[in-house]
Design a protein around this ligand. Structure first.
Ligand SMILES: Nc1nc2c(c(=O)[nH]1)N[C@H]1C(S)=C(S)[C@@H](COP(=O)(O)OP(=O)(O)OC[C@H]3O[C@@H](n4cnc5c(=O)[nH]c(N)nc54)[C@H](O)[C@@H]3O)O[C@H]1N2
Ligand SMILES: Nc1nc2c(c(=O)[nH]1)N[C@H]1C(S)=C(S)[C@@H](COP(=O)(O)OP(=O)(O)OC[C@H]3O[C@@H](n4cnc5c(=O)[nH]c(N)nc54)[C@H](O)[C@@H]3O)O[C@H]1N2
Ligand SMILES: [Mo]
Length: 766
C-alpha cells in the first residue's frame, strides 16, 4: 500500500518558548478577563469589528457564540452575554489575517507541518478553495466547480460506499448537519465519526441507558433553585465561563457547591463577575463550599464511599433517600444496595485520595437536600469506565429523587457550540429504525442500515487502507484524535482528504494523496443568497433550539456556506439522478428546516418556534416519563471500580485544556489561572513525587506510554511543581495526544482514554 510521499511532521516543533511561572490564581474572571478579551479581539479583528462583533454575540437577533454550548439566559439581556473565552473564539474566527494562494505558494505543507499548532492557527482565515495534488507539496487554487467534480469522481471510484468516512465537528448548524447526514446516507454509508465520539459520547450512552435520553435534564433556571450543585471533572472558569454566573446565582439563593477534581481549578474556587460592579470592586464570591481533590479516575470510588455513608444514614433515619420516588420511578434499587455491600468503605476512601472528614462534610450536606444538580464534563467521560462514571452520578440522583423537579437533575456540560444539535438532527453512525423510516418516507430513498464507523474505528480503517476517502465538516481531526502519529499515517493513506474549514490547521498538512480545503463562512459572518440574508438554528447544552445570524463581513467573497458546499457536492455526485433536490436545499435553508421537522417530530414548528429565545426540545426526564426503558422505569446501575496496574515509575496522566485554547486552536501561550505563562510543553507534577522520583522543578524530560508492547514517545516537557494528587500528572492536549493509544477507549462509548493514560517520565540522556 502506498502512502503519500510527503515528509510531514505529525506533531510539529517541540521547541520551548520562555516559560514564566506565577502563583495559580484563586479566582476566575474579574476585570482582567475583560481586558484580556478585548486585547485578543482588537489584535485579531481591529477595534471597529471587535465592538460590532462582540455587541451582537449571544443577543436575540445576533449570532450564537462560536465557543462553548452553555445556554444564554431565557430572559432578554441588555448587557453583553459573552465571556473572555467567547471573545477569543470570535477573535480567532473574525481575524483579519488571511491564508490565500500566495501563502500556500510560499509555504509547503512539509514546512507548515513543522510549525506548532499555535503558529498554524495564527496564519489566519482560508480565502479560496485549494487543492494539493499527488506528489506536490504546495496547495494551489481550484475553482469550486472543479473541487465538487473532483470529490464526486473520487466517490464514484470507490468499490463500496463504506470506503469513505465523513467526520463532523460540532460547530456546524442544524441545517448543515442535517443536509450532510442526508447526503452521506444517500451516498450509502453510516460512517459518521463525530467529535462527540471523543467528548460526551460516554454521557450519551450512560444517560440513555439509565434515563432514556442521551442529554441532560436541567435548564438554566434550575441553577437558581438548586440546593446543591456538584461539579465533577470540569473546569468551567476556562471552558464554560458563563456557567460561573449561574453558579453564582445558586450561591446567592443559599445553594452550596461541591467540586470534585484532582485540581483546585480557579474558576471553581472564587468568581469575580466581570459584568457586575460588586464583582469588580469586592474580592469576588467564593463558589466552592467543599472541594474533594479526587485522584484521577477515582470518582466511582469516591461516589461509592458517599453512597455507602448516605445509605447507612438512611437505614437509621429512613428519610435520606426519596423512597417514594425510588418506588414509583426506578428499577434495581435492592440489587444496587446489595452491590454496595461488596465494597469496603475504608478501601474506597483510600483509593479516592480524599480525606474521610471532607467526605463526611459532603455526605452531611447531601443528606438533607433534595434538589441536587450534577454537572460534569471531560474529567468523567474520557476514561475506560467513562460510561460507569456517569451512571454512578445518576445513581445518586435517583436515590435522592433529584430528577424531574425544579433545581435538580443531570447536566452534562457540552463542548462545541452545536455539538448537541448535530447529534439531534442525525449525525450518528447508528441511526434508529424510526429515523431511517422517516428519511425514506420524506425523501424517497432507502438509507443504509449497517452500523457505521465512529472516530476510533475510522482511524483504524484508514490506517488499514479499508477507508480511502476522508471528508471533514470542520474540526482538526489529526490533532483532536488519539495517537497522533498513527492518525497522521492513516490520513496520508487516503486517496482523497477533504476539509471544509474556516482556518488553517494541522490536518491540512497530513493530507491524503489528493487533498482539498474548502473554505467556509464562520458563524459570525453574513450569509446571503440573491441579496437575501439567511439564518440557521443551533441547539444549546440544555436542549434549547434558537436562531443564529451572522453580522460581520465574510473573510473573503469566495467563501461558501456549509449547506451550499454539501448540496453542490451531492448535486455533482448524483448529477440530477436522485429524488432529493440538493441544489434547492443548499440555497434555501427554510426548505431544509421544513424537511427536518418532517423527519424529526421534535422539531415541529422549527421555523416559527426558533424565533426570539427559541424553544426546548422534548425531554422525557423533565416529565418523569421513563416509558421507553425496561419496565418503564429509570435504571439503577451496579458500577465496578476502574483498575489501573501501574508500575512504581508509572503515572496516570490527564490531558487537559489551558486557558488560552479552544480544543486544537491555540489562542495564546498562557494558562493564566494556573499561573503558567508562555509555554505549553509542561508536566504538572506533585511536589513530593518530584523529589521521590529524583527530578527537579523545571527539569526537561520526555514522556512515554507503552500499550500492547508498543511504546510511544513525546519529547521535551518541563516539570512544574503543582498541587495535584501523588501519582497523577497533567499535560496539555493536543501536545500529548501522541501518547494516547488509538485502540484503548471507553467501554460502550469508544471515547479515547485521554484522561487516564499510563505514562513514564524519562530523564534526558546527559
Ligand atoms: N475556552 C474553551 N472553551 C471550551 C473548550 C476549549 O478548549 N476552550 N472546549 C470545548 C469542548 S469541545 C469541551 S468538551 C469542553 C471541555 O471542558 P472540560 O471538560 O472542562 O475540559 P478539560 O480541560 O478537558 O477539563 C477537564 C477537567 O476535568 C478534570 N479531570 C481530569 N480527570 C479527572 C478525573 O478523573 N476525575 C475528575 N473528577 N476530574 C478530572 C481536570 O482537572 C479538568 O479540570 O469545553 C468546551 N469549551
Ligand atoms: N487528548 C485529548 N484529546 C482530545 C480531548 C481531550 O480532552 N484530550 N478533547 C476531545 C474533544 S472533547 C473534542 S470535542 C475534540 C475536538 O475535535 P475537533 O472538533 O475536530 O477540533 P477543533 O479544534 O474544535 O477544530 C478546529 C477547527 O475547526 C475549523 N472550524 C472552526 N469553525 C468552523 C466552522 O464554523 N465551520 C467549519 N467547517 N469549520 C470550522 C477550523 O478550521 C479549526 O481549525 O477533541 C478531542 N480530543
Ligand atoms: Mo468536546
Amino acid at each position: 500500500m502506498s502512502t503519500s510521499k510527503r515528509k510531514i511532521s505529525a506533531t510539529g516543533s517541540t521547541a520551548f518558548s520562555k516559560l514564566i511561572l506565577k502563583e495559580p490564581s484563586t479566582y476566575a474572571a474579574g476585570t482582567k478577563a475583560v481586558t484580556v478579551a478585548l486585547k485578543h479581539a482588537f489584535k485579531e479583528m481591529g477595534v471597529v469589528k471587535s465592538l460590532t462583533g462582540l455587541a451582537q454575540m449571544n443577543q436575540k437577533e445576533g449570532f450564537d457564540c462560536p465557543g462553548c454550548a452553555w445556554p444564554d439566559p431565557d430572559k432578554p439581556s441588555k448587557i453583553a452575554e459573552y465571556c473572555e473565552n467567547g471573545a477569543k473564539a470570535l477573535a480567532e474566527e473574525a481575524t483579519n489575517k488571511k491564508v490565500d494562494a500566495a501563502f500556500f505558494s510560499k509555504h509547503s505543507v512539509e514546512e507548515i507541518s513543522e510549525w506548532t499548532d499555535y503558529q498554524i492557527g495564527k496564519s489566519g482565515r482560508i480565502t479560496e478553495p485549494m487543492v494539493l495534488y499527488p506528489n506536490s507539496i504546495h496547495y494551489q487554487p481550484i475553482s469550486w466547480n472543479n473541487a465538487y467534480g473532483l470529490i464526486a469522481d473520487q466517490l464514484h471510484q470507490l468499490e463500496d460506499p463504506n470506503e469513505a468516512v465523513f467526520y463532523t465537528s460540532g460547530r456546524s448548524s442544524n441545517e448543515a448537519a442535517f443536509l450532510y447526514g442526508l447526503f452521506i446516507r444517500a451516498f450509502g454509508t453510516n460512517n459518521m465519526p463525530d467529535c462527540s465520539n471523543m467528548c460526551h459520547e460516554s454521557s450519551g450512552v450512560a444517560l440513555k441507558e439509565t434515563l432514556g435520553i442521551g442529554k441532560g435534564s436541567v435548564t438554566l433556571d434550575d441553577f437558581e433553585k438548586a440546593e446543591v450543585i456538584m461539579v465533577l471533572g470540569q473546569n468551567p472558569g476556562t471552558n464554560h465561563p458563563r456557567m460561573l454566573s449561574a453558579l453564582q446565582k445558586c450561591k446567592e439563593q443559599g445553594g452550596k457547591i461541591i467540586s470534585i477534581n484532582p485540581l483546585a481549578e480557579a474558576g471553581l474556587i472564587r468568581f469575580k463577575n466581570p459584568q457586575e460592579m460588586k464583582g469588580v470592586i469586592a474580592g469576588g464570591e467564593a463558589l466552592t463550599d467543599i472541594h474533594l481533590q479526587v485522584k484521577i479516575n477515582q470518582d466511582v470510588a469516591l461516589l461509592k464511599a458517599i453512597l455507602i455513608k448516605l445509605s447507612a444514614l438512611d437505614q437509621q433515619r429512613k428519610d435520606i433517600f426519596d423512597h417514594d420516588f425510588i418506588q414509583t420511578y426506578t428499577q434495581g434499587y435492592e440489587s444496587f444496595l446489595e452491590h454496595l455491600q461488596d465494597f469496603d468503605e475504608n478501601e474506597l476512601i483510600k483509593q479516592s485520595g480524599v480525606s474521610s472528614s471532607l467526605i463526611d462534610e459532603a455526605v452531611n450536606l447531601l443528606a438533607n437536600k433534595q434538589k441536587i444538580i450534577i454537572c460534569w464534563a471531560m474529567g468523567l467521560t474520557q476514561h475506560k469506565n467513562g460510561v460507569e462514571n456517569i451512571k454512578e452520578c445518576v445513581n445518586l440522583l435517583l436515590l435522592k429523587g433529584s430528577l424531574g423537579k425544579p433545581g435538580a437533575g443531570t447536566c452534562p456540560v457540552r463542548g462545541h457550540s452545536n455539538v448537541q444539535g448535530d447529534r439531534s438532527v442525525g449525525i450518528v453512525h447508528h441511526a434508529s429504525i424510526a429515523f431511517n423510516t422517516a428519511v425514506e418516507k420524506v425523501f424517497g430513498f432507502t438509507p443504509p442500515t449497517k452500523e457505521g464507523l465512529d472516530t476510533v474505528h475510522s482511524i483504524k480503517a484508514m490506517h488499514e487502507g479499508k477507508a480511502k476517502v476522508f471528508f471533514a465538516l470542520g474540526g482538526n481531526f489529526v490533532s483532536a484524535v488519539s495517537d497522533t502519529q498513527y492518525a497522521a499515517d492513516a490520513l496520508q493513506n487516503c486517496e482523497l482528504t477533504v476539509q471544509v474549514s474556516t482556518k488553517l490547521n494541522r490536518t491540512h498538512t497530513t493530507a491524503g494523496k489528493t487533498s482539498l480545503i474548502l473554505p467556509t463562512l464562520g458563524r459570525s459572518e453574513f450569509d446571503t443568497k440573491n441579496g437575501k440574508s439567511r439564518f440557521f438554528t443551533v441547539e444549546n447544552s440544555m436542549g434549547k433550539v434558537h436562531r443564529s445570524k451572522g453580522m460581520l463581513k465574510p473573510a473573503s467573497e469566495n467563501l461558501r456556506s456549509e449547506p451550499e458546499i454539501i448540496g453542490n457536492i451531492a448535486n455533482s455526485y448524483f448529477k440530477g439522478n436522485h429524488p432529493v433536490d440538493w441544489l434547492n436545499l443548499s440555497t434555501d435553508y427554510t426548505s431544509i428546516r421544513a424537511k427536518l421537522q418532517e423527519v424529526i417530530n421534535d422539531f415541529k414548528g422549527l421555523e416559527e418556534k426558533s424565533k426570539g429565545s427559541g424553544f426546548y426540545l422534548p425531554n422525557n426526564v423533565r416529565k418523569l416519563d421513563f416509558s421507553k426503558l425496561p419496565n418503564g422505569k429509570a435504571q439503577f446501575s451496579n458500577c465496578s471500580l476502574p483498575t489501573h496496574h501501574l508500575q512504581k515509575d508509572e503515572f496516570l496522566m490527564m490531558t487537559i485544556r489551558s486557558h488560552d485554547q479552544f480544543n486544537t486552536t491555540i489562542y495564546g501561550m498562557n494558562d493564566r489561572y494556573r499561573g503558567i505563562f508562555n509555554e505549553r510543553r509542561v508536566v504538572l507534577m506533585n511536589p513530593d513525587d518530584i523529589i521521590e522520583f529524583g527530578f527537579t522543578p523545571l527539569e526537561i524530560v520526555d514522556l512515554t506510554s507503552t500499550y500492547d508492547g508498543t511504546t510511544r514517545k513525546a519529547e521535551n516537557f518541563k516539570i512544574i511543581s503543582y498541587n495535584i494528587p501523588e501519582g497523577n500528572i497533567a499535560t496539555y492536549f493536543p501536545e500529548t495526544n501522541i501518547l494516547v493509544p488509538y485502540n484503548h477507549y471507553a467501554d460502550k462509548s469508544n471515547t479515547p482514554i485521554s484522561k487516564s493514560v499510563v505514562i513514564k517520565i524519562l530523564k534526558k540522556p546527559t
